[in-house]
Design a protein around this ligand. Sequence first.
Ligand code: GDP
Length: 432
Amino acid sequence: VPVVAVVGRPNVGKSMLVNRIIGRREAVVQDLPGVTRDRVSYDAEWNGRQFVIVDTGGWAPDAKGMAAQIAEQAELAIAAADVVLFVVDAHVGTQDIDEAVVQVLRRSKKPVVLAANKVDDQRQEADAAAMWNLGLGEPHPVSAMHGRGTGDLLDALLDALPDAPAFAEQEIGGPRRVAIIGRPNVGKSSLLNRVAKANRVVVDNVAGTTVDPVDELVQVGPITYRFIDTAGLRRRVKEASGHEYYASLRTQGAIERAEVCVVVLDASETISDQDLRILTMVEEAGKALVIAYNKWDLTDEERRHYLNREIEQDIRAFAWAPSVNISALTGRNVDRLSVAIEQALDGWETRISTGKLNAFLGRLAAAHPHPVRSGKQPRILFGTQAQNCPPTFALFTSGQFDPQYVRFVERRLREDFGFVGSPVHVEVRARE
Ligand code: GDP
């Protein structure tokens, strides 16, 4: 789902405009300096197109000066966004802070839609026209308060959204799309640097591919990988309020675009809930998964002992993912990463023929039939692999199946066919 970030200095009416767009009149939060809001993102829809709208109103004042802070907030939001809705106050006109944000916008090269707010009636439209001087294209006059012009603004916003979900960029036979993800400070940037240094970074466009400026192409042996959304890893966005929120938005975006995710964990530290959340995000998105235990150079025997226990307990649900113990610092095992990536992609792409699948299901049902429920024996009539990437199976059954039995089938499928590094989905279509 595309992300629209709403950016602008305080008191221009961002929150009111957001409320307008999501169709809510209540809960207008006053745009007062120092008011930090918990919730900043909302699901929105216009003309049947869905998007997420992020309100960047909240910030915590500190010694840094307001312009710098707002520019920083804006930078985080802009990095995570597909389109930026830049709101200015047509009444007051542009101010230094607006200029600071404009510079961030220019550098980001993201599409910008300019809203000149507080144009409550026709007579004030001249004020909006003055906003052409920002050099961001046509100012759209709106009144968040009265709703005037918001329809046209939303039309302009939709026009600026990326045409199709990022999936459209999937090129058959093109470079594999890899996302390096993980919580802050686990060593993602260091790992990317290591991989780039040890291999050839492809700067020219590979025939038939267009490289998104946030991605990097790296040739490892005979294989070219496209590392997704490396801009954030290369140019580390400074800590700021809301940093984590934007980081997770970016992570989500990177997962969606990737075919395979390398989740980096810090082997020298206890595995955290945040680590598990990121692993779960990958599984739920149905992407291939590799786990990299980084900072191996910092682990001693005792730590490795505890790590093994954590892996057995907390990471057990991801035991299907190939893992590598690496050190981005020393370079240890970093060359094995591509082996694990290839393995995971193989598992992800696996296709099982219908004949083989049904022979397997027949054996399974004979040895371990579904428990009898209210006097009836639920049966698998027929199974087929509906999809790969990730392998997805449809079981046509007589009678409803227990979720527990479905998970059992999933486990057995893995045992027989592998699917290393890939989530496996089993869907039951019951015929009563
Ligand atoms: P990111 O936030 O995940 O991109 O993490 P960074 O790559 O910025 O690394 C965070 C810190 O951990 C930096 O100080 C790195 O030098 C350090 N670091 C990264 N990888 C390793 C490693 O394998 N071993 C050690 N000892 N330190 C590492």
